[in-house]
Each structure stands twice: as structure tokens, then as C-alpha cells.
Design a protein around this ligand. Structure first.
Ligand code: 2P0
Length: 327
């Protein structure tokens, strides 16, 4: 009753910030993302009838089960699987955890993939894609996690039934590269979960963010389907800055950028002015992600590496969806 799975984090180009339903962890808006092949989480789930509760060991350290997040996800999984056993979940990230690099997305995607494999549930799902049950369970763990179940360019949409998620383009179908400029290895002070609720309650721009989001998402889908890189870049930077304007006008302010983040933004804009196909996006942390066409990756990586304060660059191609590593 154990299995391991590997999943990659993802970065949203059309972002999610704010919830429709806190108890269900249902995002207020859909999102469009790319899966990052260069970063990985490996998670092992071992069900054990002797356990009286779930246990989480993250990067070698047992964790307090904060906010009941893991428990809520595992309870949803047990309901789906018709099981009542608790499990030990052992997860390792090969990148900074809780620092705006979507470790919760890859973590929960790997968790549900491993848990399903441990119980043989994945063999009942149709085809090779995760079924809607697993998508909803991953979402209970983290609103961005369903996206990491898929590779390439991924769409997460919200409707009256809950969460839907699917691949828009496979990595080989539309090859893109991503360079992550790591500006700190530290954990952020405020989690996305708490931050987005504060934004909903206090930012004067929150309503407009929600109101204008469907147009951004639909335009993003059209760009991905047409493989229109320049149009996707313009839209993604606009959507990113719109989300950060909501964050900055939250009370107390959520200012996730550092001076190094800003310097990287200027660097990306100047590369683009020189004809390099690249755009930036930034999440709930100071790391900058530069998305580019594969031929530009070496130039983009070198340019960001030279920005003072950048600690290192993690660069690579788009990754595949979560997969079982061992059972
Ligand atoms: C995103 N972020 O779309 C946005 C952009 C961060 C900024 O989804 O509460 O860790 O677990 O659903 O998924 C981060 O939020 O939050 C996130 P929960 P999650 O990628």
C-alpha cells in the first residue's frame, strides 16, 4: 500500500488569486499555466492501518499539519477511494520550499498521484489523464495543484461543478523554456492562502480583478491554441501586474517583490526591446520567471544571472504531468 510519484511545479501565466469557497478551497477564477520541467517534487505515500493520523515528512523533517491542509486533502482522497487508513507522506523538493516556486502545487499533485497508485485507484481512471475525482482532491490540497497533474500549457477552469483541468498544448507541440531567477531561498512571511483572503477583504481592486479575469483567460487560451508567443507575453505580463496591483493594495500590503525582482523585470524588458522573445511573470514571492522561446534560453539565462542579487538561475523546458515513479 505504498507508491511514489514525481510532479513538477507550475507557473501561472493567467493567475489565480482569491477563493470562491474557502471550505472547498475553490478558486474564484480559472488559470492558465506552464509546467516547469527543471524543478521536481518526489512524494511517497504509505498507507498504514496502525497509524492514528496522517504524518507529513517534508524535506526530511516531520511537519505540524498546519491549517489541516494535508488532512483535508487526504480525507477527500479517502472518501474518493473508500478507504479509512491514514498514511505517512514523505515529500522532497529539489528547489526552495514555500518561496513562491509553487512547491504546494507539485507537492499535492505528486501526493494524489502517489496515493491513487498506492490504492490502485489510478488503474480505474479512464485513459492516461487524471480523472475529475483526483483533480478535485488535488485542488483541496492547493488551488494550483491540479495544473501540475498535466504537462505543457495547462488550463484550469471553474464552473458550477467545481474544477476542470486539461492540457492545452503538450511540451513537444509548443516548446517553451523558462528561466527562474532565484533571488532568495527563504520562506515567504505570509502564505498565498492567507494573502489572497486578505486581498479579497481589503483591496479596492479585487472586484475588478475578478470581473476582468474571464477576458484574460479566454485571450490566453486563444494565444496558446495559436502558439502566439508575443501576444501571450503581453497578456501574461499584464495579468501578472494586475494581480500584483491587487496584492500591493491589500491591507496590510503584500509587497512580494524585492529590488532584485524589479531589476530582473527591467532586464527582461530590455532583452525584449533588443528582439529577444521573452516575457516575465512573478508569483507570491520575489523570484522572477522568464518565459522564452527555446533558442533564447541561453541568452536569457546569462542576462538574468548577471543581475546583481540574483543567486542562481534554474532553467529548463516545459515538463510533463505528474507520474508514478515506483509502487
Ligand atoms: C497562481 N498563486 O495562479 C497564483 C499566483 C500564487 C500567485 O496559486 O490556498 O498555493 O493552496 O489554493 O495554490 C498560489 O496559491 O494557494 C497560487 P491555495 P496556492 O499560481
Amino acid at each position: 500500500m505504498h507508491a511514489s510519484a514525481i510532479a513538477h511545479p507550475n507557473v501561472a501565466l493567467i493567475k489565480y488569486w482569491g477563493k470562491r469557497d474557502i471550505a472547498e478551497n475553490l478558486p474564484a477564477v480559472g488559470s492558465l499555466s506552464v509546467t516547469l520541467g527543471a524543478l521536481s517534487t518526489e512524494t511517497t505515500v504509505e498507507f498504514d492501518p496502525a497509524l492514528k493520523r496522517d504524518v507529513l515528512v517534508l524535506n526530511g523533517h516531520e511537519q505540524p499539519l498546519e491549517q489541516g491542509r494535508l488532512t483535508a486533502c487526504m480525507d477527500a482522497f479517502r472518501a474518493l477511494a473508500g478507504s479509512d487508513e491514514y498514511a505517512t507522506v514523505t515529500s522532497v523538493n529539489d528547489f526552495p520550499t514555500g518561496a513562491g516556486l509553487a512547491s504546494s502545487a507539485s507537492g499535492y499533485a505528486a501526493l494524489v498521484t502517489a496515493a491513487a497508485a498506492a490504492l490502485g485507484l489510478d488503474q480505474h481512471e479512464s485513459g492516461s489523464s487524471p480523472g475529475s475525482g483526483l483533480i478535485d482532491v488535488a485542488r483541496i490540497g492547493s488551488g494550483s495543484a491540479p495544473r501540475s497533474l498535466f504537462g505543457g500549457v495547462v488550463l484550469l477552469s471553474i464552473d458550477e461543478h467545481g474544477t476542470n483541468c486539461r492540457q492545452l498544448t503538450a511540451p513537444a507541440e509548443w516548446p517553451l523554456s523558462v528561466a527562474v531567477a532565484v533571488t532568495t531561498e527563504s520562506k515567504k512571511n505570509i502564505t498565498s492562502r492567507d494573502g489572497m483572503e486578505q486581498s479579497r477583504l481589503t483591496s479596492p481592486f479585487y472586484e475588478e480583478w475578478i470581473h476582468s479575469h474571464a477576458d484574460d483567460l479566454n485571450a490566453g487560451i486563444r494565444c496558446a491554441e495559436a502558439h502566439d508567443f508575443p501576444a501571450l507575453g503581453k497578456l501574461a505580463e499584464h495579468n501578472c501586474l494586475k494581480m500584483h496591483s491587487v496584492m500591493m493594495t491589500t491591507q496590510p500590503a503584500l509587497l512580494y517583490w524585492s529590488p532584485v525582482t524589479l531589476a530582473c523585470m527591467y532586464k527582461v524588458m530590455s532583452l525584449r526591446a533588443d528582439g529577444i522573445p521573452v516575457f516575465f511573470t512573478i508569483d507570491a514571492g520575489p523570484q522572477l520567471k522568464a518565459v522564452c522561446l527555446p533558442d533564447a534560453l541561453a541568452t536569457v539565462t546569462a542576462a538574468l544571472h548577471d543581475v546583481p542579487g540574483v543567486l542562481r538561475i534554474i532553467a529548463g523546458e516545459l515538463g510533463e504531468g505528474a507520474s508514478v515513479a515506483d509502487r
